[in-house]
Design a protein around this ligand. Structure first.
Ligand code: NAD
Length: 384
């Protein structure tokens, strides 16, 4: 699909008082064109934005905002093309709706992706332009950090809009996400090995970013043996030095002989190439959209590898953020208890999957669809 981001008369932003019309951001509703993509899956809206004065080029996808604002982070990545960015935004925002539904949160799903190099292109003016864009959506979409974006940038965004979470270190969702993943690994270990004790367990962690590092610390405290990889060598060296982790290269980490493989970098890491090479019993990590396609969940199931569906295990940050929007402490006892409940949700999914001899991602998708339909007042018989 070609995303035509040339201005249409009705899509021009009104120029701000101190801004010339030629520098106004161009906001294009691409919903009809996105409908042609497989990842579209009933989205309410997709918007492409270009802001010549700040260099901002981004896509915002709102999958659902009827039952609460669409909550979902903002990712910055060097996408090869605009179509790749649109697809990523759609896949990620659909996942946010499922995540909120399975975590029983009164929010919908959305996601923003900024096209650019997260190392070189992060400027204050770019993120403030993004903040103004979020503000223009009037609260239908609430943003936060994601891959390539940190608390510092969210602080810039918060200068322009109140519809942002994670704009202070205290509000960083990553520690709660890591807590949920840790609890998910314990639940998966209990289900697969009959014990949730991680002392001596071998865990391979792919990606040592905000969540990956925090997860490694928890695993290390629990006595697990770590093998780690990241495209950033400094992060790998630091984990080796501080946590005694073994180093692996980004190309080989998925094939490490371990009990648990924890994908904590980007999505689509479980594909035709990697699944046959896996030598783990459990896959449980924070990355979104780990399965390149749903059928890779079946492939894991056939190989006897227990897969913790990504949007269930990585909901900790979202739970904290949602509670924060509802006036609760995102790191308080209520949030902590709800995040630890991810273990119980996963156990139920594993049980059902085992009883029906199907992949856990199939059971999770079915549960999510059922909950979304219940919210929409559709009877479960009508849910495909
Ligand atoms: P981050 O940007 O802080 O970290 C990602 C890390 O992965 C970086 O260190 C990066 O160098 C590394 N990486 C990138 N490509 C790699 C590769 N091919 N091999 C190995 N390492 C690679 O991101 P994060 O906030 O830690 O999030 C990680 C994943 O978890 C993402 O998929 C994100 O969408 C998902 N997630 C994060 C949160 C959260 O609270 N931050 C919540 C839910 C889901």
């Amino acid at each position: 699909m070609y995303v035509d981001s040339r201005p249409r008369p009705e899509e021009h932003s009104p120029p701000a008082s101190n801004q010339s019309r030629s520098h106004a951001p161009i906001m294009t509703d691409i919903t009809d064109r996105a409908r042609l993509l497989r990842a579209f899956d009933g989205h309410e809206q997709a918007i492409a934005v270009q802001d010549p004065s700040s260099g901002l080029k981004c896509v915002i996808a709102i999958h659902e905002s009827v039952f609460g604002p669409a909550l979902g982070g903002c990712r910055m990545w060097h996408y090869a093309s605009e179509i790749e960015a649109v697809n990523d935004a759609l896949r990620l925002s659909r996942g946010m709706t499922s995540k909120a539904a399975l975590a029983n949160l009164p929010f919908g799903g959305g996601k923003a992706v900024i096209m650019g190099d997260p190392v070189r292109n992060k400027t204050k003016s770019l993120f403030r332009a993004f903040g103004r864009l979020v503000e223009r959506l009037g609260g239908r979409y609430i943003t936060g950090e994601d891959v390539g974006v940190s608390v510092r940038e969210m602080r810039w965004v918060s200068r322009e809009t109140e519809y942002v979470i994670g704009s202070s270190a205290r509000r960083d969702p990553s520690p709660m996400t890591a807590l949920g993943v840790f609890e998910g690994i314990r639940a998966a270990s209990r289900f697969r090995f009959g014990s949730e004790t991680l002392a001596g367990a071998r865990v391979a962690v792919q990606g040592l970013g905000n969540v990956g590092v925090e997860l490694c610390r928890r695993l290390d405290d629990a006595g697990a043996h770590l093998i780690v990889a990241d495209i950033d060598r400094e992060r790998v060296d630091r984990a080796a030095k501080e946590l005694g982790a073994k180093k692996a290269t980004p190309d080989e980490i998925h094939a490490a002989e371990v009990d648990v493989f924890a994908p904590c970098a980007l999505g689509a890491v479980l594909d035709d190439h990697t699944v046959p090479e896996l030598r783990c019993s459990v896959i449980a990590g924070c990355a979104n959209n780990q399965l390149a396609e749903d059928r890779h969940g079946d492939a894991l199931h056939r190989r006897g590898i227990l897969y913790a569906p990504d949007y269930v295990i990585n909901a900790g940050g979202l739970i904290g953020a949602a509670l924060e929007r509802m006036g609760e402490d995102p790191h308080g006892a209520k949030a902590w208890a709800q995040v630890c409940g991810i273990g119980a949700t996963l156990t139920e999914i594993f049980r059902q999957a085992a009883a029906e001899d199907v992949a856990p991602n199939i059971v999770a998708d079915r549960l999510a669809r059922k909950r979304i339909a219940q919210r929409q007042g559709v009877t479960s018989a009508e849910v495909v």
